[in-house]
Design a protein around this ligand. Structure first.
Ligand SMILES: [Zn+2]
Length: 350
């Protein structure tokens, strides 16, 4: 029998839905806050972890209050060095996790409001990536997310400002609180981004009022190629068909911010349901430090246990991560070949 835990850790993995601001570990958070002279509501690394886990015992925890806690972390970022350090920190963790390829999201608006220009952010993310690729052999690309609760005009301005950095950002996405009708609000931003050749994604959080409407809007108005979360798709057969027909991938995250939800069995059933229907869906960690949930391997192990997932299902989810990646077909085939080889080696050892 395959030892699932060991096998999940050993397999090479891709991570496509992870927010760099949600990967800052306690020690690094305290170091950055200290050098920037920012006082945090935490005194020690243990306090940070307790703060990150607080929502799990609070019945009032929702997306907005979760983002409130996340804002404490994002709030310490004040210089290029901070962005370089958090990038290096996450990619170092990737090596330990056997994440060989990552597409990482960053929110430029938060940094801008804290005095770090978007150009400086991108340069720092790139230099952190180069150093980490050199030291840990992990490949990464960046997705620039706009915040849905801030004006679309601001997003358009940023898109224009980053023109000289076009080749350093692979895609454009949307996150932060899910405001009603956001696909219409951001249609002009996405059409401009599409013209510039960016790949397109958007968060559609789980069990939000008008979830299905938002998913439809992202597909039809924003022309997304991926949706981050998007689990409520399963409630509408036409949406499921559209996802399959248009080859739109879902980047799901089994661990959520909600009250008492380490891994929700109901959400996981939606993920496996979508997988069984033929939707290209992968599992990711989202905000691994922020959730206090463990990193990608632990997320996958918890999902496997919660849903009693078979080896075939687990490997299909992981393989889908590579298939959904925004890579050249050559790079993708190389990763898939390596992944299949690792699966075969594990199978033979059992
Ligand atoms: Zn997310």
């Amino acid at each position: 029998m395959i030892d699932m835990e060991q096998a999940i850790c050993a397999l090479p993995k891709a991570e496509l839905h992870v927010h760099i601001e949600g990967t800052i570990e306690a020690d690094l958070l305290l170091t950055i806050a200290d050098r920037n002279g920012i006082s945090l509501p935490y005194k020690s690394a243990a306090d940070v972890v307790a703060g990150q886990n607080k929502g799990k015992s609070d019945p009032k925890q929702n997306l907005d209050s979760f983002i409130g806690v996340l804002d404490v972390c994002r709030g310490v970022l004040r210089s290029s060095r901070d962005y370089e350090d958090i990038t290096y920190g996450y990619l170092k963790k990737c090596q330990a996790e056997n994440i060989v390829y990552a597409e990482i999201m960053f929110d430029p608006q938060q940094g801008l409001r804290q005095g770090v220009g978007v150009e400086a952010q991108i340069e720092a993310l790139q230099s952190g990536t180069q150093a980490a690729t050199r030291d840990f052999g992990v490949e990464a690309q960046w997705i620039m997310n706009f915040q849905r609760d801030w004006p679309a005009e601001e997003a358009l301005g940023i898109l224009e400002a980053v023109q000289p950095y076009r080749d350093q950002i692979v895609g454009i996405g949307l996150d932060n609180p899910e405001r009603p009708d956001f696909p219409n609000t951001f249609a002009s931003v996405f059409s401009a981004a599409k013209k510039d050749g960016y790949r397109l994604t958007s968060h559609c959080d789980v069990h939000i009022p008008n979830s299905i409407e938002h998913i439809r809007g992202c597909i039809n108005k924003l022309g997304v190629e991926r949706i981050d979360h998007g689990l409520n798709s399963i409630e509408d057969d036409n949406v499921v068909h559209q996802l399959i027909e248009k080859n739109i991938a879902l980047t799901a995250c089994p661990t959520r911010y909600a009250f008492q939800s380490e891994t929700s069995a109901e959400d996981l059933a939606m993920m496996t349901g979508l997988l069984d229907r033929g939707v290209l869906i992968s599992l990711n960690s989202d905000d691994p430090a922020q959730f206090g949930s463990g990193w990608l391997s632990q997320t996958l192990i918890e999902a496997q246990r919660t849903g009693d997932l078979s080896w075939e299902t687990v490997t299909k989810f992981i393989r889908n991560g590579f298939i959904s990646a925004w890579l050249s077909s050559n790079r993708k085939s190389a990763y898939l070949k390596e992944f299949d080889r690792s699966c075969e080696a594990i199978r033979q050892k059992q």
